[in-house]
Every structure is written in structure tokens, then in C-alpha cells.
Write a protein that binds this ligand. Structure first.
Ligand SMILES: *Cc1c(COP(=O)(O)O)cnc(C)c1O
Length: 475
């Protein structure tokens, strides 16, 4: 039996040299992403060929393996860390989030149960309490999730438990009818995935039409609830979107809270990306009414610029979470009184130290660093609106947040024209933008959430759009 160790010890000098080399390669990759195209077409055949040749039977030198990984990634990806990625809330992560990931990987803290990593759990809870206070739900229970979808799913589960006390033990079959939930037609369609996954069925999701500002139409919502009750269905949940994904629109939170309390529905606020404005004294008022939510979703991996896989869920009904997710087993250590055992009140078991990313970023940068970045992005968003209008584009969404939906200011264009313009911009490598349908109306969409995006980047986008428009008219 060969008893030598197959892996390097992470504290050895060989490991230190390797880590230094990784940092050098990573910096070189970052530099080449920053100076290269935002998105380049992938060579799928070349990628497959490389992987097919890699059998994993033989070892390879670490520099070689890591260089190849970086080269393959840089060559064919949409570069979300690029300052001209005007895309879908995937900002360049902050250094301290990256460092936090390194720390949590090295120490491999297990946060399932408080007694295994009390300091890690308490640090997370400290950051979450800070966020909860900024969101004006100071006493909410909170935990990190893999993302917004998981946090929204927790909202639905907590609501099911609250409305139907038999649900956690006996399941949906024990209910006297079909539960239904309400979200706007502009909401994030993770709701469909959630309804399907929880066994409610996709048809349990009512997509309530929007008014001309793309907000949920509260009068129609009230009518749908009444109609559903007459049909014997069981309304139990309504979600407000605070910052829609396509247009950055905030649903009328106070009006929805009124409907929810009259109808005895659980009110969830999906503030996955825009909840970050709670850190800006100047802009947090756009979330006015959020304090009346039963539960809230905010993603730290969106506008709070943390590495991917960092959602947050806040809920005022701790007992409902315990009923939804609680189990006890003989092999877990006993709970300490008053301690937060995540495995008993969250959907996951083994749990990574996700929240260290936000904790370290807040501890080192302070709230004001986030505030400065959010205010800056909002300012640049306004600047982009003005540049677009000066260049003959028409803005079609109304929001103070830095999501800008726009179309041709002179001629009515169909969705294929908008797709051609976006494709031209992307093919130029100068920027990445997308298209959306806003209640049937096609538009182009650009969003600013990268803290390093500059006014020059906006000028470059305007130039790329100008050329794309000429080409799209010619085809
Ligand atoms: C991004 C987003 C989600 C989904 O979040 P993930 O972190 O991607 O799971 C949900 N709702 C809104 C409003 C979003 O913008």
C-alpha cells in the first residue's frame, strides 16, 4: 500500500507558488477580458475536442490545467465582468467577495448546525440583521440561499404553512381545494418553476396584467382573487416585484399590502436585484411599503456585487419556517438553546459559508461604499437615458433604477428588428445588451450594475448602437 499523500498541502511552499501563479494567470485573463470583446462566439467543436482528449487518467501540471481552463473560458463566454456588459444583473464581483470564497473554501465551515460553526453563523446573521434593518423588517428571520429562485420558493413554502396548517405534514392532498398565487405578468418567471416544483402546478400561478407603467394592476388583482374564491380555489400568496427584471419597475407595495391584509394573503416582495437600493439613503425610499412584507428576497450576487450563488431570504414568520423545514435526527448534534440551526429552518442541509462574502464586503467597505456605487450606477443610468434620447432613441420604461428599455424614436419596429440590433451590438464585441417584450411591445434593454462601468463605456455603447441601427435598417 502506497501511503504517500496524493495532493499538495495548501500551506506548503509548493502550494504558495501555485497560488501565486494562479493569481498571475487570473490577472492576465481578467486583463484580456477587459480589453477584448464583451462576448465572443464559442468554438463548440474546439471545446469538445479539448475535453475529449482529457481522460483524467494521467495527471497534468497545474499551470497547464489552469491555463487551459482560463483560455477556454475567456474565448467563448459572455463576459459578465466586462464594464460594457449591460446585461442581466451579473456584476463584476467585489474583491472581498472573492477573498471570502477563498476563506470559506479553505476552512470549509459547515453551517448546517450552529454548534459546528457558531462564529460563521453569527457573522452571517449579523450581516442579515443589518440588511433586515435597512429593509425595515428588523425582526425578520433570515438566511442565505443559492439565489433568488430559492428565496422566492421559501416565501411560497412559508405561505403554504401559514395558510394551511396541515400542509407540512399531510401535503397538498390534504387541502380542500387548489391553492393559487398571484404575481404580475412582468414578474420573474421563476414562479412557474417554483409552482411546478412544489407540486402546486404551473396553472396555480396567476399572471396578473400590468398597467401602462408595467406595474401589477391592483384592481385586476382584487377581481381575480374574488373570482378564484367563487370558483372554490384557495388564494394564499401574492408577490410584489420590487424592480422587475425586464424594466426595473417597482410594484405599488403599499397598495398590495392593503390587498394582502384584506384578503389574508401572504405578501412576498421579490426585490432580488433592486433590494440593494436599501443601502442608499438617497434611493431607499423607492422601496416604501416594503416594511409590510411577510417575506422578502434580495440577491447579494446581483447589485451587491458578490460572486454568484448568494441570495437572501427574510421572513417575519419564524415558526412557519420551522414547520416547513424542521426535522430532527439522531446523527445531528443536539441544538443549543436559542441558537440558529440552519438545517432546521432552511431548505438545505450541508451549508456553505455563503454570507461571508457580504459580511466581509460590508466590514471592509462599509455601507457607504455600496451607497456610493448604487448612487453612481443610478446616475449613469440617467446619463445613458439622456444619451439615447439625444441619439434618436425613445425610452419606453419608467423607473429611477438603471435599467433602460428603448426603441426607435421615429419608426415602429417589430421584434426581429430589435433582435437584429442587439445581435449587431453583441457581434461588434463593443457591448452586450438584450431585447425584451414589455406587455407585447418589443424593446432593447441595457442595465448598469457593474461598479466599474464609466461614462466612456456609455459612449462606446451609443456608438455601437448607431452602427447596429444602420446595419439593421439595411437588412
Ligand atoms: C434574478 C431574479 C430572480 C432569480 O434570482 P436567481 O438568483 O437568478 O435565482 C428572481 N426575481 C427577480 C426580480 C430577479 O431579477
Amino acid at each position: 500500500m502506497e501511503l504517500s499523500l496524493p495532493w499538495p498541502d495548501p500551506t506548503s511552499s509548493a502550494a504558495k507558488n501555485a497560488i501565486e501563479e494562479v493569481l498571475r494567470l487570473l490577472d492576465a485573463a481578467t486583463a484580456s477580458i477587459r480589453s477584448g470583446p464583451v462576448a465572443a462566439p464559442v468554438d463548440a467543436a474546439g471545446l469538445k475536442e479539448w475535453l475529449n482528449a482529457l481522460s483524467f487518467e494521467e495527471p497534468s501540471p497545474p499551470e497547464q490545467a489552469i491555463t487551459q481552463v482560463l483560455e477556454q473560458f475567456v474565448r467563448g463566454s459572455v463576459h459578465t465582468i466586462h464594464t460594457r456588459y449591460f446585461g442581466l444583473f451579473n456584476p463584476a464581483p467585489l474583491l472581498w467577495g472573492e477573498v471570502a470564497d477563498m476563506i470559506s473554501a479553505r476552512l470549509n465551515a459547515q453551517l448546517a448546525i450552529w454548534s459546528h460553526a457558531p462564529a460563521a453563523v453569527e457573522m452571517e446573521q449579523h450581516a442579515l440583521r443589518f440588511m433586515a434593518e435597512r429593509l425595515e423588517v428588523p425582526h425578520a428571520s433570515a438566511f442565505f440561499t443559492s439565489g433568488g429562485e430559492e428565496a422566492n420558493r421559501c416565501g411560497v413554502q412559508a405561505a403554504l404553512v401559514r395558510s394551511f396548517p396541515d400542509y407540512p405534514d399531510s401535503g397538498l392532498r390534504s387541502l380542500p381545494g387548489q391553492p393559487v398565487l398571484y404575481v404580475s405578468a412582468q414578474s420573474h418567471l421563476a414562479w412557474i418553476k417554483i409552482a411546478s416544483g412544489l407540486g402546486l402546478g404551473r396553472s396555480a400561478v396567476r399572471l396578473v396584467p400590468c398597467n401602462e407603467d408595467l406595474q401589477i394592476d391592483v384592481a385586476v388583482l382584487a377581481r381575480l382573487i374574488a373570482e378564484d374564491r367563487l370558483k372554490g380555489l384557495l388564494p394564499f400568496f401574492v408577490a410584489a416585484t420590487a424592480g422587475t427584471t425586464s424594466a426595473g419597475v417597482i410594484d405599488p407595495l403599499s397598495e398590495l399590502a392593503d390587498v394582502a391584509s384584506q384578503e389574508r394573503l401572504h405578501l412576498h416582495v421579490d426585490a432580488a436585484w433592486a433590494g440593494a437600493v436599501a443601502l442608499s439613503d438617497q434611493w431607499r425610499t423607492v422601496l416604501c411599503g416594503i416594511d409590510r412584507a411577510d417575506s422578502i428576497t434580495v440577491d447579494a450576487h446581483k447589485w451587491l456585487s458578490q460572486p454568484m450563488g448568494a441570495g437572501m431570504f427574510f421572513c417575519r414568520h419564524t415558526r412557519a419556517l420551522e414547520r416547513a423545514f424542521g426535522v430532527s435526527t439522531s446523527y445531528m448534534p443536539p441544538s443549543q438553546p436559542g441558537a440558529m440551526d440552519y438545517y432546521r429552518m432552511t431548505p438545505t442541509w450541508s451549508r456553505r459559508w455563503i454570507g461571508l462574502r457580504l459580511f466581509l464586503s460590508l466590514a471592509i467597505g462599509g455601507r457607504r461604499a455600496f451607497e456610493a456605487q448604487i448612487n453612481r450606477d443610478i446616475f449613469l443610468g440617467e446619463q445613458l437615458r439622456q444619451l439615447l434620447v439625444q441619439n434618436g432613441w425613445k425610452i419606453v420604461n419608467r423607473t429611477p433604477l438603471p435599467v433602460i428599455c428603448f426603441t426607435d424614436g421615429l419608426v415602429e419596429r417589430d421584434s426581429s428588428w430589435h433582435s437584429r440590433v442587439a445581435a449587431h451590438v453583441i457581434a461588434s464585441g463593443d457591448a452586450w445588451i438584450s431585447t425584451v417584450q414589455l406587455e407585447g411591445m418589443p424593446a432593447l434593454r441595457a442595465c448598469i450594475t457593474n461598479w466599474q462601468t464609466s461614462p466612456e463605456d456609455l459612449e462606446t455603447l451609443i456608438g455601437a448602437l448607431k452602427r447596429a441601427r444602420v446595419c439593421s435598417d439595411a437588412t
